[in-house]
Design a protein around this ligand. Sequence first.
Ligand SMILES: Cc1cc2nc3c(=O)[nH]c(=O)nc-3n(C[C@H](O)[C@H](O)[C@H](O)COP(=O)(O)OP(=O)(O)OC[C@H]3O[C@@H](n4cnc5c(N)ncnc54)[C@H](O)[C@@H]3O)c2cc1C
Length: 410
Amino acid sequence: MHISSAERAGAVIIGGGIFGCAIAYYYTKNNPGKKVVVLERNEVCNAATSRAAALVTRIRSKKHFIPLSMETYLAIDEMEKQLGESMGMKKTGVLHVAASENSVVALDELMKTAEEYNDPAEYLTPGAARQKAPWLKTDAALKFGFMPNEAYCDPYLLGTFFARCAKMQGADIRQAVEVNELLMDGNTAVGVSTNSGKIFADAVVIAAGVWSPIFAAQAGIGLPMAPVRSQYWITERNDLFANSCIVIMPDAQAYARPEGGSLLFGIREKNSLAVSPKKIPSDISHFVFSEDKGMHDLSEVIDPLACFFPMVHNIGLKYYIAGFSGYTPDNNLSLGIAPGAKNLFFATGDVGAGISVAGGVGLAFAEMMAGRPNPFDFSCFDINRFGNIDPFSQEWLNRCALARSQKKSG
Ligand SMILES: Cc1cc2nc3c(=O)[nH]c(=O)nc-3n(C[C@H](O)[C@H](O)[C@H](O)COP(=O)(O)OP(=O)(O)OC[C@H]3O[C@@H](n4cnc5c(N)ncnc54)[C@H](O)[C@@H]3O)c2cc1C
């Protein structure tokens, strides 16, 4: 390929969701003077990011996520200072409710993990658990674990904090610019072609959310992830909800947290919906996620949920929110350097945890793009771990959907 004297940048990032904005934040912070351009075809954080339930989970059974989430908390503190504004993190803590032998074993492990990472955690009695979540029915539960440092946030605010701080540090964040093509010179990524011209760069990052496999295919790579629907509901107001903590109910494959005076709750449906990236419109608000606002999916799991949240049978549901996350068969992210290609990076396959891990993802890529070592262990996130796959095939979509429907927590 002949490289013209068109626009040049140190790095170009496709996608202005929370991953793209977090990478731009750390890249400009850690590599002063280097030019980074973020290209977003709509407005920043319009897609998965603004739809998240936004539990910013620190302690998980998948330990390699933990340092990434811890970094998000550090970034929030730094950005609040930089902007002189509070992000209004809701540090309610999280209550884990175990109601089966398997869940008790998993909870005991999680409590040990919290200790390992020096995060506070304590077992609670049923009465103490009810004080943390007054709407919770505790009869069916065997054990309760509480972690006071866990929080949730406004995901749009977190994403735009990254974008605003990145801009203050010199990032060029362009909205309404659509990337049409990844430009390759042999096996080296050299830039992108957009609806307003070409940009050449030393590093190209694909952070295009569930549309990322389309760009990967242009480099001959079958990116291991698939768009799988997540959905949740927000109830009408009730005094029992306002002061609740976050509650994780693995035996109902459900979670809940307060949303103002309402309760936001989400489930893992029996049959998760996976859709080819090629069939998802560029403006996600044009996609019909469910004709019946998820009522059929909810009805299939309502009995186990009602064991812990009996009000679910009668309470009014004010809002239904759904969106796509990039799932993988092993519920690990797909992150890192592209196999067999140069200067090409993938910040993808968020497995419904992208708000939590955004800080770590941002820092890791800023370092790798500058040729420095990744401060985190990405071995579980290797792009190559499933071998050659076709991310657009029905068989692959089914495998990724199954991973979500079997997910217990996190
Ligand atoms: C219902 C729901 C609940 C969730 N709850 C949680 C939670 O509790 N905790 C948690 O941590 N995570 C949660 N998530 C996951 C979280 O929202 C995602 O992991 C995160 O937002 C992914 O960020 P992203 O930047 O990868 O993707 P996105 O936010 O989707 O950003 C990708 C961007 O790329 C842009 N783009 C795509 N193609 C192009 C192109 N050709 N040119 C230019 N721009 C392009 C898109 O417009 C989009 O803005 C939830 C997700 C959903 C849907």
